[in-house]
Design a protein around this ligand. Sequence first.
Ligand code: ZN
Length: 79
Amino acid sequence: MSLSWIQRFFVSIFPASWAKSMEEDSRRWMLRCDCGFEKSIWDMGGIRWKARGNSRNYMRCTACGKRSWHRMYRKADGV
Ligand SMILES: [Zn+2]
């Protein structure tokens, strides 16, 4: 999987430990469609770091192809 330009930008300016933390955090933030499909912010080429709370994004689902409100939530740390 390749990184988006914005991910490459932050990875290049941050110390390695920060870049790792940023990636891990972004991978925990998930966007979920009503159809059940979910994908992490990181996998979509985005970054969400040191953030709190849930939000909703209106976007097209890559699985079912419908435009709808996707719920953004943070997966539990249970690793
Ligand atoms: Zn969907």
